[in-house]
Design a protein. Structure first.
Length: 135
């Protein structure tokens, strides 16, 4: 009998296996479901969903812009607010680091859900997005 997944936070199929949809459609559960939902919020252009015009902020678009320290500070708040729009997220603290020379953005978040906190780390550059934590 297959192992039953904890579906407290829902079940999903990963869209971040080697930067793409899991070709085997293996189900994910637990904090990983919430993490991937947050990352989708962080990579969807604002207004892209006709039924939720406030959904999303596409951080990939920011890589081509010069971001001042003030803009990075504001981005932290925007990303935390987007994460907290997910009803499963109780609290989000976000740090953003931009390596200007490589145009690589690293987002480190501490996300608190009902079962406790977890780390969410995402690295984004011109060619890829990597979900580093949770694994």
């Amino acid at each position: 009998m297959p192992e039953r997944l904890d579906d407290t936070y829902g079940l999903d199929v990963s869209t971040f296996v080697d930067g793409d949809l899991d070709p085997f459609f293996r189900p994910i559960a637990g904090p990983r479901v919430v993490a991937e939902a947050i990352v989708r919020r962080w990579t969807t252009p604002t207004g892209a969903l006709f039924y939720d015009p406030a959904f999303g902020i596409d951080v990939r678009e920011l890589l081509s812009r010069a971001l001042s320290p003030h803009a990075l500070f504001a981005l932290r708040a925007q990303l935390a607010a987007q994460a907290e729009e997910d009803e499963r997220v109780l609290e989000a603290h976000v740090e953003v680091e931009l390596a200007a020379a490589t145009r690589r953005l690293v987002i480190r978040a501490r996300i608190r859900i009902a079962e406790g906190p977890f780390a969410l780390v995402v690295a984004i550059d011109d060619l890829s997005l990597s979900l580093l934590e949770p694994t």
